[in-house]
Design a protein around this ligand. Sequence first.
Ligand SMILES: [Zn+2]
Length: 420
Amino acid sequence: MELYKANILYSRSFDEMVVFNDSCIAVEDGKVEGIYESVPDKFKNVKVNDYSGKTIIPAFSDLHVHAPQYEQRGMGMDLLLEDWLNTYTFPEEAKYKDIDYAKAVYDRFSDDLVKNGTFHAVCFATIHREATEYLVKNLEERGIRSFVGKVNMDTSSPSFLCETISESLTETEAFIEHTACNRFSKPILMPRFTPVCSQRLLEGLGKLGRKYHVGLHTHLVESIWEEETARKLFPSFSCDTEVYEALGLMDNGPVIGAHFIFPSENDIRILKKHGGCAVHCPEATVNVIAGIMRVSYLHERGINLAIGTDVGAAPSVKVYRQIAEAVRLSKIKNFYEGEGSPSISFENAFYMATKGASSVFENTGSFDKGCDFDALVIDDLSDEQRRLTPQQNIERFCYCGDERDICAGFIRGKKNNLQG
Ligand SMILES: [Zn+2]
């Protein structure tokens, strides 16, 4: 049993944020036992870890991040998606054939993720199995709950980053078998997106998904170019999402659709039917995609929502910065589009970066009883003349703070040595 004294803040739902001022959170076997205004008699002999004045929040979840693009962050931000992929991303990802290059970048990426308080992640890798297995091993050793995929692409791709169908399926199956028994870092299918995958490849992936009970993470209706290309390449399907449903990829585990900016009503209906999660990547969408997710509308339609950084289309792995960006972008969308896109609150965006991910990672993102104690202690960012409330403190951290303001981090109750 451990006790932590601080201000405690977390989301109960999309609209409800709860705050316990100067209270105690009790943690037993890595899980939240309860929150108390003061130390209850039953725990009077338990040592109190005193973080008075600071604020404890759930650790962040990044539901869409490209680990191999870590080295290209902050470059080519004046291009749009297709040109950015061809000029920067595909040549960079080809380097992961070299395992030594992959190891160096994945070490730095994994450390940066943890330093910035992201303890749950869904990571795109590349088409290279050996490098992808190294990334999984790295996350597993750090105790990061994650889903990682070997990327699949067999058509309309540059020759240096393209597989045959049989290579792609054989290597994916070997990757799944190698990683399926991990405790924390699990495999997921990651066809990059419909423009670079043939129907036969997707059918094969659907069979692997059924055989091994492995879910799907892909880019879904992320740009007008992608959406139009999908309909051209798969004319017998009505929309991007229907391709994955019809080919058997959406019934086998978590379904995670990155961006989901231009969905038709059919895309929305299908994602909802499979309990899928749409991932908003605010900075990335304005850097290379030029579209903004209709967050309030999708929430009203009952779609699970979460946040991703989408590094390297975003310049950092700081999920908390995406909370600020999500609020900012929704106001712009509301300004230009009016009633159809009401802007979201800070509470809504914070929910998406924490509890929103619990549709993929159970028992995370909250401090309700029984949840994993995956937590961050955020310093008091008040100015001398003005005391901030815990909520103001966390809002200021999202806009102005960085990893130096994270005083401590706990993964399932265990203090992490990359913080504090
Ligand atoms: Zn992406």
